[in-house]
Design a protein. Structure first.
Length: 425
């Protein structure tokens, strides 16, 4: 709200079923003409913490109501009862938090087409069945061909079942989630809808992530002039308290420190990296056991390991600019962005062959991709990378190949536009 100072009330819902009194406000995205509509309901949204969790990292207990309201109003604005002076052609929903919107559209009898995008199938918005009626859904919706999921209400299941089309954030993830290993219990439904399931790779903000104009750096560089990369490495070693060794292979991790991201594998191979003269920087926050293990590693290896436990957007830019090798050994990864940032910043990525990671990194050309999902697979791939790192001309060739990749939103946006046109036709 603070970032949108010029909001105007355009509608008031004094007797909105199941949700109470709500105001709808209109504003503009800062430095843009893009309109934004804000649900003003302090009872639901004005609180400490983030959008989904409190300041202690716990899910808000009333999330079903908070995101049920978001879904309800999205469907209302897409239908004939909308107070807006225009009508949308299509409703595009993302993840479980908006999963009920296609269901609301269906049971209201509105034929506005809807798209459901999956960013991470592991988060499914599961709540007790009593909430079906309380959230204004009809009793018949609580069925296998509806919002029911193993005896509970699932917002995500609702979106996947009722949306006219489903997209995921990479082509490989779209295939993976149709199988039991990564389908998270939804694979049967997804496989049955494979003809209306598309993987569209996410893009990155190429203006914000541009090593030749990045205000977070004191040393700019590009694929045509790479000398600044060496200065970025030196500055990063100084900032993070590492030994100023220009020829030491500098590894980096910027990640949520959780099991999914393979940080236990990184910890398992850290000794090999250090034994071969490498250095390691980790930035992130997550599971306390992993955080403490990284703190211990840094304390036991001063000058070789630095661990910043927390979130620092500016530092993440400097890490990408200064490191030689980026580690991203995720067990599964719907898309991933950091491997694309790394390629753009001349940091050669090592990634596990899953989801968007294998869609964006070409083994032996722009980085290293491995199939064996364990610490040994990562260890062997690091050995391959270090062997190439010793061959400076070959390493430079790989680094430049990555920097010349195009991961802007242009291609992805065209794919979404094509999908929209197909649905509207």
């Amino acid at each position: 709200m603070a970032a949108l100072p010029d909001l105007t009330e355009i509608a008031r819902f004094d007797e909105l079923p199941h949700f109470g009194n709500i105001r709808l406000l209109e504003g503009r995205v800062p430095a843009s003409e893009t309109p934004v509509y804000v649900i003003d309901s302090p009872w639901h949204y004005l609180r400490d913490g983030g959008p989904y969790q409190d300041k202690l990292g716990q899910d808000f207990p009333d999330n079903a109501w908070r995101f049920g309201l978001l879904s309800y109003l999205a469907a209302l604005l897409a239908g004939p009862d909308s107070p807006l002076p225009w009508r949308p052609d299509l409703l595009h929903c993302n993840d479980w938090q908006t999963g009920l919107a296609p269901a609301y559209l269906h049971y209201a009898g509105h034929r506005v087409p809807s798209v459901m995008t999956l960013h991470n199938l592991a988060h499914q918005g599961i709540f007790p069945p009593a909430l079906v009626a309380e959230l204004g859904l009809p009793a018949e919706s609580f069925a296998v061909d509806g919002v029911e999921y193993y005896g509970n209400l699932s917002f995500l299941k609702a979106g996947l079942f009722f949306a006219d089309w489903i997209t995921t954030v990479s082509p490989s993830y779209a295939l993976e989630i149709q199988g039991a290993d990564l389908g998270m219990g939804m694979h049967g439904l997804l496989a049955s809808r494979r003809e209306r399931l598309t993987g569209i790779l996410n893009g990155i903000d190429t203006a914000d992530w541009n090593p030749s104009s990045d205000l977070n750096l004191k040393c700019d560089f590009s694929a045509r002039a790479t000398s600044g990369k060496r200065r970025c490495k030196q500055a990063l070693q100084i900032e993070m308290g590492l030994a100023g060794e220009p020829n030491a292979p500098l590894f980096g991790v910027v990640s949520r420190l959780v099991h999914q991201k393979g940080l236990d594998w990184v910890l398992a191979v850290a000794a090999d990296i250090l034994r071969q003269g490498g250095q390691l920087i980790v930035l992130g926050t997550g599971e306390k056991v992993i955080e403490q293990a990284l703190r211990n590693l840094a304390r036991n290896h001063p000058g070789q390991v630095a661990a910043f436990i927390g979130y620092d957007e500016s530092l993440s830019h400097r890490i990408e600019a200064g490191i030689d090798i980026f580690l991203m050994p995720s067990r599964f990864e719907p898309c991933g962005l950091n491997q694309m940032y790394s390629l753009r910043y001349g940091a050669v990525p090592i990634v596990h062959a899953t989801g968007g990671l294998k869609d964006t990194v070409r083994d032996g050309v722009t980085g290293f991709v491995y199939d064996q999902a364990d610490a040994e697979g990562l260890r062997q791939t690091i050995a391959r990378a270090l062997a190439l790192f010793a061959d400076k001309p070959a390493w430079r060739k790989m680094m430049l190949a990555g920097m010349n990749q195009d991961f802007s939103w242009d291609k992805s946006a065209r794919q979404y536009a094509t999908l929209y046109a197909r649905l509207l036709a």
